[in-house]
Design a protein around this ligand. Sequence first.
Ligand code: 3SL
Ligand code: MG
Length: 245
Amino acid sequence: MSRRLSVSLLPELHPPHTHGGTALVIDVLRATTTATTFLEQGADAVIFAPTPEVAFARREAAGGAQVRLAGERSGVIIPGFDLGNSPLDAQRQNWAGHQIVMNTTNGTGAAHLAAQSAERVLLACLRNAPAAAVAALAYPGDLRIVCSGTNRQVSLDDCYAAGVLVRELLDRAVCQPDDSAQMVLALLNQWPDPLAALEASRHGQRLLGLGDVDAALADLALDVAFCAKVGVSDTVPRLLGSETG
Ligand code: 3SL
Ligand code: MG
């Protein structure tokens, strides 16, 4: 029998059968794109802290070790953190010898929630979508794509990335897509250009708007374009406890 392929439009929306199997968590704008980029750039590990306080404690406990905190609230760097949640910043240097501790509004929590019911959690985004499909299909069992959403609301950006992932999975294997999987797949007809889909999303609009009100955030438009590239990365982070690597 072929495996089930379900899509949770929000992390809290669990199809009834989803226990075990592989979860692919998406926060395309921007947490899973950023985590993927840190690892691609050589980071020893990316750790998803449940709160900023836990992130601060980890950095303090590490003493002089090379721990960097990355994360945002409302799209802007958390005060006291070293970096925001920008994949472009993650790409600017080689992070070998560094551990990156991340905390973000939606994506890091969504990954931890998915881990409660899945046997394993992979992090997916548009950049690694084909590689994430290959990695997920290497494991047995059902597949569940989890869209992080934005502040508990369904988000077009994550649903669109889920559609790309569904396409990549169905191109490679026979699966039984649920209704949500078929719905997100239909988004690809509406927006053949991934960048146009991200720019049309509420969160995409918000990030682009931040650049308009604060020149220091003008790079956010470049972040959105970076997140919209499909299939340019072979790095597929896997959540190991509270760490990805
Ligand atoms: O919510 C999150 O986890 C973030 O990815 C949101 S933001 O794109 O950094 O604003
Ligand atoms: Mg998001």
